[in-house]
Structures are given as C-alpha cells and as structure tokens.
Design a protein around this ligand. Structure first.
Ligand SMILES: Cc1cc2nc3c(=O)[nH]c(=O)nc-3n(C[C@H](O)[C@H](O)[C@H](O)COP(=O)(O)OP(=O)(O)OC[C@H]3O[C@@H](n4cnc5c(N)ncnc54)[C@H](O)[C@@H]3O)c2cc1C
Ligand code: FES
Length: 266
C-alpha cells in the first residue's frame, strides 16, 4: 500500500506515564523525524506501525520491535506509546535523548475512515496507541464513540490526549465483575454498529475475539488490528502469520495489521 524505508534517526524525548501494580511502565518515545525524503511519511495513517531498533540493542535482542505510530509530524517527531514487556522494551525505556535508533516504516495498512458513518472505536489497554491520532484527524468527530478498557490506572495512558475530541468512555477493570460488565457493554454496543456503522478495534487477543464473536453473531464486520509477534516486519520471515479465510496463512506485517473480522480466524 505504502512505500517504506529503513532510516537512521535519534531519540528526541521519553515521557513516562507510570505503571500499574505488576504491570510494566508506560512510555511515550519520540524520535526525530527522519524527513520527508520518504514520501510515505507524508501519507501515513493511524493503524500503521514502525519497527524500532535502537543501536543499544547490540545483538540482544537481534530484531527490532513493532509499535503502532501514535503520531508523526516533521516538527514534533515520530512518537510511539509502549508498555515495558520484556528485554526489547526495557532497553527502549532506558534510551536517552540523542541516542541512535533505526526505524522501518511506516509499515502495514491503516484503519478505515468514514467521516459520515457512526464509528465505534474500541481500545483495550495499550491498544489505544493508534487511536489518539485517529480521533484527532477525524473530520466529523461527533460520529465517533470511543470505549477504552484498561487494568492499570488511567494515568498510565495519557488519556487526556483523547479527551474533548469525541465521545470517550474509560472502563477500569479491577476485578472479575468489571471484566464481565465490560464484555456486556461490548455485547450491547457492537450490534448497534453492525448494520451501517464502522467498528475499529485494537487490543489484546481475548478482547478482539469478543468483538469478532459479537460482530459475527450480528452479521457485522469490525476492523481488528492484530499484534502478532514480529521479527522482520516486512513479510520476509513468515514469523507473524494469521489464518486468512480465503488466502490461507498471511503475514500480519505485510497484509495487515488491520483485518476485517470476517476475513480471519482468531
Ligand atoms: C503491529 C503491532 C503494533 C504494536 N503496537 C504496540 C504499541 O503501540 N505499544 C506497545 O506497547 N506494544 C505494541 N505492540 C506489541 C509490542 O511489539 C511488544 O510488546 C514488544 O515487541 C515486546 O518486546 P519485548 O522485547 O519487550 O518483549 P519480549 O522479551 O520479546 O517478550 C516479553 C513478553 O511479551 C510477550 N510479547 C511479545 N510480543 C508480544 C506481542 N506482539 N503481543 C503479545 N505479547 C507479546 C512475550 O510473549 C513475552 O511474554 C505492537 C505489536 C504489533 C505487531
Ligand atoms: S514479521 Fe516477518 S513476515 Fe511478518
């Protein structure tokens, strides 16, 4: 869909948003914009992602790590919003301004935008990352409703960034009953958008499975962004495949990461 390039850049800033009990820290990492020589950066859209590999990875880990693009602007830089999960994100969390980073991107496809269509934006946890810019860019935000489910405190998510732009509801999950209530909300809301609305979602697999199940039951379709583990990010290693109903196994990095829910098996 878009061209992509591997470019060298540097860290501009890191902003820390804290961590929940037992959860890794949440950080916005901003890199210097590598410039618009690669025209794809001018055209990037929410849902697309980058592979990030700082020099400090050395040989461990060997491969870069994929992250949704939170924002990309030649003046402000390119930002990702991530949660510390393991060795790669731990090293990203210790970066300092000016350190060198290799960036591949923008990669993959993007969420659909239909300005006149009621659109349900479903975000689970760190799956909120692509949606800050999605809601900000939308030409008719009055058509958007964002529902955000999270376990760590809201303060971890830079939630203010989405506020005031469209209808936004955050649902904090602290116990099993909260989860059941959140699932009930999805079961009640998704069908309202199955006929002539648009549903877009990003979050953990069980969250996407619930959305797909409800959309399937009501003859609707949702766009789901899959976060399969990736190595190359460009369709070369087949490390990230998912089952496409008509095409068989397809690379999430090259064919996705956004798929219509009725096209794939989860
Ligand atoms: C297209 C795409 C967009 C993404 N966007 C974001 C984002 O915006 N913000 C963000 O925080 N994360 C995002 N992720 C997930 C992110 O890539 C992983 O958290 C990261 O690669 C973990 O690297 P690590 O070296 O710290 O962890 P590792 O040491 O590799 O693994 C640590 C733990 O995390 C688990 N893990 C690793 N990768 C994933 C994954 N993809 N899904 C679920 N569990 C995983 C491992 O199984 C292990 O338990 C995205 C993934 C994809 C494919
Ligand atoms: S990560 Fe290599 S094919 Fe997708």
């Amino acid at each position: 869909m878009f061209g992509n390039a591997c470019q060298d850049t540097t860290v501009k800033s890191l902003t820390r948003f804290g961590k929940g009990e037992g959860d890794g820290e949440f950080i916005e990492l901003t890199l210097e914009h590598p410039g618009l020589d690669n025209a794809a950066w001018k055209l990037w859209k929410p849902g697309q992602f980058v592979m990030v590999r700082p020099e400090s990875f050395g040989l461990d880990p060997l491969m870069g790590r994929p992250f949704s693009i939170t924002s990309a602007d030649e003046e402000q830089g390119i930002s990702i919003f991530f949660q510390v999960m393991g060795q790669g994100t731990r090293k990203l969390a210790s970066l300092k301004p000016g350190e060198p980073v290799t960036l591949w991107g923008p990669l993959g496809n993007a969420f659909a935008v239909r300005k006149d269509t009621p659109t349900l934006v479903l975000a689970g946890g760190i799956g909120i990352a692509p949606f800050y810019e999605y809601v900000k860019r939308h030409e008719q935000p009055e058509n958007l409703r964002m529902i955000f489910g999270h376990r760590p405190p809201l303060a971890c998510y830079n939630w203010e960034r989405a506020q005031g732009v469209c209808s936004c509801e955050a649902h904090h999950e602290t116990c099993r009953q909260d989860l059941m209530d959140f699932i009930a909300l999805i079961e009640e809301t998704v069908p309202q958008y199955c006929n002539d609305g648009l549903i877009i979602a990003c979050g953990p697999l069980p969250f996407l499975e619930t959305i797909k199940k409800v959309a399937d039951q009501h003859g609707g379709r949702a766009q789901l962004s899959l976060e399969n583990r990736m190595a190359c990010g460009v369709g070369a290693c087949l490390g990230c495949v998912c089952d496409h109903k008509t095409e068989g196994p397809v690379s999430v990095c090259a064919r996705g990461p956004v798929f219509w829910s009725d096209e794939i098996e989860l």
